[in-house]
Ligand binder design. Sequence first.
Ligand code: GLN
Length: 473
Amino acid sequence: MELKDLTIREARKLLDENKATAVELVAAYMRRAQEKNDEFNAYLEIFDDVEEQAKRADEMIARGEMKPLTGIPLAIKDNILIKGCVASAASKILENYVASYDAHVIEKLKEAGAVFLGRANMDEFAMGSSTENSAYGVSRNPHDTMRIPGGSSGGPAVTVAGDLAIAALGTDTGGSIRQPAALCGLVGFKPTYGAVSRYGAIALGSSLDQIGPLAKSVEDAQILFETIRGIDERDSTSLPDTFFKNGDTPKKIGVPRHFLNEGVDEDVLTAFNESVEKLRVDGHEIVDIELPNVKYALAAYYIVMPAEASTNLARYDGVRYGVAHKGKDLLDDYMQTRGKGFGKESRRRILIGTFVLSSGYADAYYRKATAVREQIREDFRKAFENVDVIATPTSPTPAFKIGERASDPLAMYAADIFTVPINMAGVPAISLPMGKVERDGTRLPIGMQFIAPHGADSSLFSIGKDFERIIGA
Ligand code: GLN
């Protein structure tokens, strides 16, 4: 079976027309995963019940009860809970943590008959842009294995780009679905905050986190999103269907040119400008817009996010979850457990987060960053009075080399410049393949990001399909 470029839609056809069984389809991916995983380090674990899952899917198909994802092999990021499976968030502190319940999205995928191949690598607790912060080693970009795949959902991206799964679920707090999608040549979708329940996703920044798909086509991303979305009483921030608009295809595209000058590689900017021009030729209206406060988004994000992360990570004390290390007294137990359990980046963010929330500094940092966040939301709200969607590059550069930024946190954080404003505002955004640029003789994928107003998620699939057609043509 030819797995390269195989989409969910094509696999669905094979299964429904009895040209392949789910057991066969899944076995083909398992062979590839077993052959390639040592090289890519995309899966932290390949599950051993995969064939049984596929058999159940075949029974559903035989009964005529198939849904769009029945029998479709997926990779799941290691911070999304599957009952009975380890969910470590790529951290040593949760190395032996076995989930006692299914995340909401997993319940939905199980109902749909999807098959989970394994849990995919990530930056520890989803902090990072390269997967170099994983306690279990970096994942490698299939386009050039000397390079990072992006992060924090680098493992999920590599499973899809390397044909070790058809599609995957990731999480996005500041770009962790869109940036690895861009760097691996995939479609990555960050839904409106509240579109997908966060129940059973290991929390990082609770006011920013969303679960979403990484896939090979816009249609595949949409199929996954439609399956996992919906209100859930266990996540009080999840939104009812009535909140979402089924809009027309976006016609008017805003480009914040003032924001594209800083730190964007020249050939990435050229590719972006050429893509925008193609959209114009295709009949879209392109207008310049101003987002006056987005230049502060990165600085504000790296206060809000560590503040929330430090709070969320406070629960890992070795008592309730994960690996415990014994010290000489109770305080030492905590210090040993957290000292040994958390990696460098997690400790850095706990320190920053605790500092910006501490009395005497909260006004200067946390509350100020929260005020900036409101301004950023307001910028988007105003911009969307005049345009249907906003376009930017997803990442200012293609995939960088493993180790290149690992010792320079600020250089690493700069990778998020175009993605974090979206999480700060809570709006949806999609990253789409936008061609390739050359580095050291290798052609590397880059991404186009479209951003829509709250609840206009479906308009991103419309413009995404337009863009696929335009770029493919
Ligand atoms: N790279 C960003 C960070 O390190 C985003 C992470 C994410 O979206 N989970 O915070």
